[in-house]
Design a binder for this molecule. Structure first.
Ligand code: PMP
Length: 308
């Protein structure tokens, strides 16, 4: 496994050791968080001794959408193909043999104004990453007092570094009060999402999640679940507004996101969900998610990018 210092990353067209990736403290990315990024999981297939990136193309598409909304003027070399190619090259260059999390970012790389369109540069960093919260069957959450950012101020649809100031406030409140993770409401008083993941509930046997217009990131994991439930399990997910009290009455609940994958929620505001156990529908969804993400379901193999 690589230590930080000899890890190779892609930085401004080059593949270099991470410690050599230097940035001017006065850049607008360092000063104001003017950047967009993606987190992508790459699963290691031990039998084939090979990596498969999960939904890399969709992540890169969302990255370009974020850049478009931020009015970034991308240099001509920064194409989708370039980012896929460099992602593959840094994974291979680091000689890993375990599951990875890859961060791909575009940042405003000048010392000028935060309103500028360029220059834009890129970084791609890969790191080993396994499951989160492996010491628990599920997480204990609270609905925090902070609202989720809205389309009227900082659009949650943009995956920008500065959006995580909102996540930070929410998370710090949750951990200060001895919860694992926070759940945020949108400014309409309806449930939005977690600090880094979307939320699903099961109520009367129906799988329900807030709509993409309710102050959430248009999550790729959320889309994965909606797609495989429909196409593989013939279950329709209901995308609709969710009230806070519906969380308390739900039979099951889980977070969905690239980093947390499928993470069961076993209590909200100290109210137990399914007696603090992982519910049967959540179990099926977790199993199906990993079957697909690890390449064991041919129907969804288009979602995998072989790293070679
Ligand atoms: N919401 C927020 C705020 C997030 O940061 C993330 C993680 N990217 C998600 C939802 C889940 O999105 P995805 O499934 O695309 O990782």
């Amino acid at each position: 496994m690589n230590t930080t210092s000899n890890k190779l990353i892609c930085f401004k067209r080059d593949i270099i050791p991470i410690d050599d990736a230097k940035i001017n403290i006065m850049t607008t990315t360092a000063q104001y968080g003017i950047n967009v990024f993606e987190g992508v999981r790459c699963y290691y297939d031990e039998q084939e001794a090979k990596f498969f990136a999960f939904r890399l193309n969709e992540h890169i598409e969302r990255l370009f959408n974020s850049a478009k909304l931020m009015r970034f003027d991308l240099p001509s070399y920064l194409t989708r193909e370039y980012l896929v190619d460099k992602t593959k090259r840094i994974i291979i260059a680091n000689n890993y043999n375990e599951d990875l999390y890859v961060k791909i970012g575009l940042f405003l790389d000048g010392v000028g104004s935060w309103s500028g369109a360029g220059p834009i540069s890129e970084f791609i960093i890969s790191s080993p990453k396994g499951r989160v919260f492996t010491d628990k069957v599920g997480v204990n959450c609270c609905v925090v007092s902070w609202g989720r950012i809205s389309e009227l101020d900082v659009p949650p649809r943009i995956k920008a570094g500065a959006n995580y100031i909102n996540s930070r406030f929410a998370h710090l409140e949750a951990v200060r009060n001895n919860y694992d993770l926070a759940i945020l409401m949108g400014q309409n008083g309806k449930i939005a999402e977690g600090t880094g993941a979307c939320i699903f509930i099961v109520k009367n046997g129906n799988v329900i999640t807030p709509p993409v217009t309710n102050s959430i990131l248009e999550s790729i994991t959320r889309d994965t679940i909606i797609s495989f439930l429909k196409d593989d399990l013939h279950i329709k997910v209901c995308e609709r507004e969710v009230d806070r009290t519906e969380l308390y009455l739900s039979e099951e609940m889980f977070f969905a996101g690239t980093s947390v994958e499928i993470l069961p929620i076993v209590s909200v505001d100290k109210i137990a969900i399914n007696n603090y156990l992982v519910g049967p529908i959540t179990k099926v969804i977790m199993e199906k998610y990993f079957e697909i993400a690890r390449g064991n379901n041919k129907k969804f193999n288009d979602w995998l990018t072989a790293i070679n």
